[in-house]
Design a protein around this ligand. Structure first.
Ligand SMILES: [Zn+2]
Length: 340
């Protein structure tokens, strides 16, 4: 559950009404802070143009979601886990929102700050600033070491909700989907034998603690970012166990699994059963529209990818949320065109 420090309005407010419409779920990758490093014509540029959004784009999207009456909710608040005859069951929980508001879940994938991200214009890690708040540490193209609260999804949303408490139900912010193979949140907790392992682990724990008390929750994105559809049962089971051992021990328990590559496996598949057995009852894939399917023992949800591809090719599908043409940062084309 989101903590009290995150702001937002409380679900006990009397003017809430039951909501039965679709629940949007959108996801991002860590933001591009320095477009001149992301779109610099190296071999990663195309991927950055496809899969990432810039700080400016993210801010425009959030402004527009708020203007379109969306309200952030915690994915964990829409279901209940019950046990009957020794079997786990998922039950829908009534969602109550202020009249006219529409629920949206926001997730961030791969906020691990992988090695490749450090060279390509993302932050290096999350840190806690002098006021005890989450900020980023990054290195500018000129080599300046910068601590900022104005260039990543977490601090931008934290501050947005402070100013607009009616953008968040019960202080909910977003869902952070982490792998483990290069550590978490910029801390290399994967290197258990490294001399600075304990320091890295304590660093990660401090951030996780603060995130959890300010409305953020966590999901598994697998340990090694494997495609669940393509790998065998044994490999998926091993990968899941390793995630639980190395990452869940830091984040705390979660029921949510976010498939890497927007992949998925279906009920009836032994791999689906293996994910359930590992404790994942909410399984998130990727799709073009809100999709939520309740199974007796689990729930499947699609998320919409918000990135360069979506901004350039899915304008009409996104129009309920924002005008993609207005959001698209011209700096992408300016930089990439200048490379030819
Ligand atoms: Zn991913």
């Amino acid at each position: 559950m989101p903590g009290n420090e995150g702001g937002g309005i409380s679900q006990t407010d009397e003017d809430l009404v039951p909501y039965h419409g679709p629940i949007e779920h959108i996801f991002f990758h860590p933001l591009v802070i320095y477009p001149e490093l992301a779109f610099d014509g190296d071999r990663m540029s195309r991927g950055y143009d496809d899969w990432f959004v810039t700080v400016k784009e993210f801010k425009a999207i959030i402004d527009s979601l708020y203007k379109h009456n969306f309200m952030l909710i915690d994915l964990n608040s829409i279901y209940e886990l019950q046990e009957a005859d020794g079997k786990k069951q998922t039950k829908a929980k009534e969602l109550r929102l202020p009249k006219g508001k529409k629920p949206i879940v926001l997730s961030i994938d791969d906020m691990n700050y992988y090695d490749y991200m450090l060279q390509n214009g993302n932050a290096n890690k999350l840190v806690i600033d002098d006021n005890g708040e989450i900020a980023t540490y990054s290195v500018s193209p000129k080599g300046e070491k910068i601590t900022s609260r104005d260039n990543e999804i977490v601090p931008i949303l934290d501050d947005f909700v402070k100013v607009h408490p009616d953008f968040s139900l019960n202080g909910a912010k977003g869902l952070i989907a982490l792998t483990g193979y290069e550590g978490v949140l910029g801390y290399r907790t994967n290197k258990k034998d490294a001399p600075n392992y304990e320091e890295e682990k304590q660093g990660a724990l401090r951030i996780i603690d603060r995130l959890k008390s300010t409305g953020w929750s966590f999901a598994s994105h697998g340990y090694g970012h494997l495609d669940a559809r393509k790998v065998g049962l044994d490999r998926l089971t091993e990968d899941t166990a390793r995630w639980k051992d190395e990452v869940e021990t830091l984040t705390g328990p979660t029921n949510i699994y976010v498939y890497p590559f927007g992949s998925s496996v279906l009920p009836g598949d032994p791999k689906y059963a293996a994910l359930l057995k590992a404790g994942f009852t909410v399984l998130c894939s990727v799709g073009p529209a809100p999709y939520l399917k309740w199974m007796p023992d689990s729930l499947m949800m699609d998320r919409r990818h918000i990135d360069g591809i979506a901004l350039k090719t899915q304008q009409s599908k996104l129009v309920d949320m924002f005008d993609a043409n207005e959001v698209l940062d011209p700096v992408r084309a300016e930089l990439l065109d200048s490379m030819h």
